[in-house]
Design a protein. Structure first.
Length: 282
């Protein structure tokens, strides 16, 4: 990047948020970040001073999301890129999950993401444009047993952001959905939660996720380099037009393309049957 920019990133204490913040600050950019654990980024604050602004935020507190976003724009003036990153994975068969787990997963991954984008929009419009980068997942394009609620939030945010991109294009605001596969971050240790297992699901496809209970199992290869992924996300902010979807990892590419081809194969043979339900005067 040739010109220093200002970024707003939710969840900068770990994972992609941390990797992005470290690289951007080292390159001379300004970063406004949010954390749930106070003190978790003190090293970055001491190293980068007033180029790194930090606010405490739980994105399930929707009014607080707007307060934090408004304060960041007020303090920093222009924010060029808003990265909606905060989230976690909830795994287990749908029946195994508690109502509280369901509510919190949707509140964090979907409602928190929607509110962060909505809070930024008036400011991005007023400044004449900007970029929203939503950290989604290959789980937003391909679904597997044992992750139904996680998929629900990621598929939901995919639909929201794709429609949003069309809504805000007239204002010079662009949107990118990032689709990473497995990455060697702290996700499995700190951002992954599991349901209490029901014996009825022993030996079923949904039981596959139970091997994550003590961390990522050796049978699940994790090939994504979070540093390389962060570099690719940062580089994408310079691309015009913005890529609507940014696929990261060969595993993500393989799973996404297979799922999309399978979906087409399910739908395309129904062309004549679908037309048969049209009104006679259509």
């Amino acid at each position: 990047m040739t010109t220093a920019r200002t970024w707003f990133i939710t969840g900068v204490n770990s994972g992609f948020g941390r990797a992005l913040a470290e690289r951007l600050l080292a390159a001379g950019d300004r970063v406004a970040g949010t954390v749930r654990r106070d003190g978790s980024v003190d090293d970055l604050r001491s190293r980068h001073g007033d180029r790194f602004r930090v606010d405490h935020l739980d994105v399930t507190d929707l009014p607080r999301v707007r307060e934090v976003v408004d304060a960041a724009f007020a303090a920093l003036g222009r924010i060029d890129v808003v990265v909606v990153n905060a989230g976690y994975g909830l795994f287990g068969a749908a029946e195994e999950l508690s109502d509280e787990q369901v509510h919190h997963q949707v509140g964090t991954n979907l409602l928190g993401a929607i509110q962060t984008a909505r809070a930024a929009l008036p400011h991005l419009r007023a400044q004449g444009g900007g970029r929203i980068i939503q950290i989604s997942s290959v789980a937003g394009l391909a679904a597997h047993a044992g992750a139904s609620l996680y998929h629900a939030t990621k598929w939901g945010v995919e639909g929201f952001m794709e429609a949003l991109a069309q809504e805000v294009a007239p204002f010079g605001i662009e949107v990118t959905l990032v689709e990473p596969g497995g990455a060697r971050t702290e996700f499995a240790r700190g951002n992954l939660r599991l349901s209490e297992p029901l014996a009825a699901y022993d030996g079923t496809p949904a039981a596959f996720v139970r091997q994550f209970r003590d961390g990522v199992a050796a049978t699940v290869p994790v090939i994504g380099d979070p540093g390389k992924m962060a570099d690719r996300i940062i580089a994408s902010a310079d691309e015009r037009p913005a890529p609507l979807r940014l696929v990261l990892g060969s595993d993500s590419y393989a799973a996404s393309t297979a799922a999309l081809r399978a979906r087409l194969a399910q739908v395309e043979p129904q062309e004549a049957a679908a037309a048969s339900t049209d009104a006679d005067d259509a």
